[in-house]
Design a protein around this ligand. Structure first.
Ligand code: NDP
Length: 285
């Protein structure tokens, strides 16, 4: 970024807290490498202020925003139109501000998730076998929606609070089933993939320790947690011979379609944003 002028195309990530977001690093590295007159900022409104922020940005010079915790559900509610995948996910991570003043919502987390599988577990077919997802928060619902759209024959949601998993299954239809944690061992033996979408394993939280033996060795194990990058779950999975997929790859690959929507072209090749993000994670640790 050589300098911001009135002609600079702007986008931002909006979250609270937003200080540790890797999105500005990723998008600004792509902007610099592509030589685009653009800048990507980080905004942190109050919880009550978020809908007002979106209203105020209608028809503005900001191309759009990425939305992260805790505003993803509010972002969907604030939009005039939403893609099917955002509606199924019940949340938006991308809002675009059109010149006519309208606000369009989308959710690229599913593309990031499936893209991460494609890049780190080659040959994985989401439609081939049931998928087991641990958790029933926003990340789990988004992942379940992505696998349903990708044709998974069954998505099994396993959560400490079974009622939250049941609510998601109700919203997404019969391809999704809800289970208590105690049912997990019986859900793995015919599974094609396992995804951790709980916050267990996140820095400062207890690690996620589960018995992986029943899971076929060919089934990839994915952890959406990326602080730390190599969680206990991924260590155990790699030790047992499973292909492993990390949350950082998902984060980077969900950013790519947003970049294209904001700045009109795909991210440039030849800039290793994963290495930049890894260095930033190490510095933060
Ligand atoms: P939520 O707070 O909405 O959900 C947290 C989930 O973790 C719930 O299912 C909760 O179960 C479960 N959980 C928390 N503590 C425990 C525990 N001690 N034992 C069992 N289950 C527990 O979070 P999100 O859905 O927004 O995010 C989940 C994770 O995914 C986070 O680590 C987040 O950083 C990561 N993420 C990564 C992304 C990426 O791009 N890589 C994108 C989005 C999220 P219960 O319902 O019973 O409370």
């Amino acid at each position: 970024m050589s300098g911001i002028s009135g002609a600079t195309r702007l986008a931002a990530v909006v979250g609270r807290p937003v200080r540790h977001s890797l999105s500005p690093l990723i998008h600004n590295a792509w902007l610099a490498a592509a030589g685009i007159d653009g800048a990507y900022l980080a905004l942190s409104p109050s919880e009550e202020g978020f809908p007002h922020l979106v209203e105020g940005l209608r028809g503005s010079s900001l191309a759009g925003i990425n939305v992260t915790l805790p505003f993803k559900e509010a972002a969907l509610a604030a939009a005039d139109v939403a893609s099917t995948r955002a509606q199924l996910a019940g949340a938006a991570n991308l809002l675009l501000f059109a010149e006519d003043g309208s606000v369009q919502a989308d959710n690229t987390d599913g593309q990031g998730l499936l893209g991460a599988f494609a890049s780190q577990a080659s040959g994985f077919d989401p439609a081939a076998a049931p998928v087991v997802i641990l958790g029933a928060g926003g990340a789990a619902r988004g992942a379940a929606a992505a696998f349903v759209l990708a044709g998974a024959p069954k998505v099994r949601l396993v959560n400490r609070t079974k009622g939250r998993a049941e609510a998601i299954a109700h919203a997404l239809g019969e391809a999704v089933s809800a289970h208590a944690w105690s049912e997990l061992p019986g859900l793995l033996d015919d599974a094609g993939a396992l995804v951790n979408a709980t916050s267990l394993g996140l820095e400062g939280q207890a690690p996620l320790e589960i018995e992986l033996d029943p899971l076929p060795a060919s089934a990839p194990v994915m952890d959406m947690v990326y602080r730390p990058l190599t969680t206990r779950l991924l260590e155990d999975a790699a030790g047992a011979g499973h292909p492993v997929v990390d949350g950082l790859e998902m984060l980077i690959l969900q950013a790519a379609p947003s970049f294209e929507a904001f700045f009109g072209q795909a991210p440039p090749a030849g800039v290793d944003v994963r290495a930049l993000a890894l260095a930033a994670l190490e510095q933060d640790a």
